[in-house]
Ligand binder design. Structure first.
Ligand code: TA6
Length: 293
């Protein structure tokens, strides 16, 4: 530990990354590849799931951490699933890490080039800012339309949160909401907290209040998203789908839960020369408020 926040360039599991460290020992690791947060440690405990079988050589999306889906969510368009941003190298902005209040942030940038224009003919700059504060992580995705016509996209911060046993967790805050169940292709209403055990793939409208991911053995994780993230996606593959995913171990579905800030039901429209940005806020409740300790 050191007395002031520190940012170091490092190679982490073979990938060029920036590691942010706070004086209290909290840390985050952000890969240039995909601008993907791969690790977030709070009080010595890893809070993100990264599959032991994740492909870490830049040849495929990384299963875990917080992938950035842009400019397309899932298969809602002609681009590769979840868009190209998660499989391209982003560039850490020249000014490097900046101290902000009690934390430290970095911004990574992705600009259009010949390869992106080939599949998506638009001039853009996407920026992901990652702010690490004690017990908290804020991710802000920004998109500048550099072109002369309106830009349309869908996007998500597809966070994989680590849990000891997903069948024992409860996700609160979406009670009473109607949602799209993508597995059954139905539109039911959420009764009580969300619980897990089978394949779960759902799109909820963004909740006004914060969500709480309650687990028996760890502090509760609070999740908030700006209104510009109009939906929340909740995903766990369950045992059967997990067994078919080459980059997951058979039982990995038990150790993860995706709770995603998304803008997907209606595409975001950015006018020529305009900008869009939206943040997701992750915060661990102190042990006493979580019923821990
Ligand atoms: O966000 C949920 C989802 O779109 C699911 O439908 C599931 O496919 C998941 O993302 C993972 O997608 P990936 O391409 O990373 O395997």
């Amino acid at each position: 530990m050191s007395d002031s926040p520190r940012a170091d360039r490092t190679v982490w599991r073979g990938l060029a990354c920036t590691r942010l460290c706070l004086p209290n020992g909290d840390s985050a690791v952000v890969s240039d590849f995909g601008a993907q947060v791969l690790s977030w440690e709070v009080n010595g405990r890893e809070r993100l799931f990264l599959s032991p079988r994740a492909v870490m050589d830049g040849s495929a999306p990384i299963r875990g951490g917080i992938p950035v889906c842009f400019p397309q969510f899932n298969q809602r368009g002609p681009l590769p699933k979840h868009g190209f941003a998660r499989t391209l190298a982003w560039v850490v902005q020249a000014q490097g890490a900046q101290a902000v209040d009690d934390g430290l942030q970095i911004t990574l940038q992705l600009r259009d080039d010949a390869a992106t224009r080939d599949v998506w003919p638009h001039a853009f700059i996407a920026r992901l800012t990652v702010l690490l504060q004690p017990g908290a992580l804020t991710l802000t995705l920004g998109v500048d339309n550099q072109g002369t016509q309106a830009l349309e996209f869908t996007a998500a911060l597809h966070g994989y949160f680590r849990v000891d046993d997903v069948t024992q967790v409860a996700l609160h805050g979406l009670e009473g909401q109607g949602y799209w169940d993508a597995v059954a292709d139905t539109h039911p209403q959420q009764q009580g907290a969300i619980r897990f055990g089978v394949e779960t793939d759902r799109v909820y409208p963004r909740a006004e209040q914060m969500l709480q991911l309650e687990t028996p053995d760890a502090p509760t994780l609070q999740l908030c998203q700006d209104a510009a993230w109009t939906e929340t996606v909740v995903w766990n593959p369950g045992p059967a789908l997990c067994a078919r995913l080459a980059d997951m171990q058979t039982d990995s579905w038990q150790q993860m839960l995706c709770v995603e800030a998304a803008a997907i039901d209606s595409p975001v429209v950015v006018p020529a020369g305009g900008q869009w940005q939206a943040a997701q806020y992750l915060k661990l409740l102190p042990a006493t408020e979580s019923g821990q300790g």
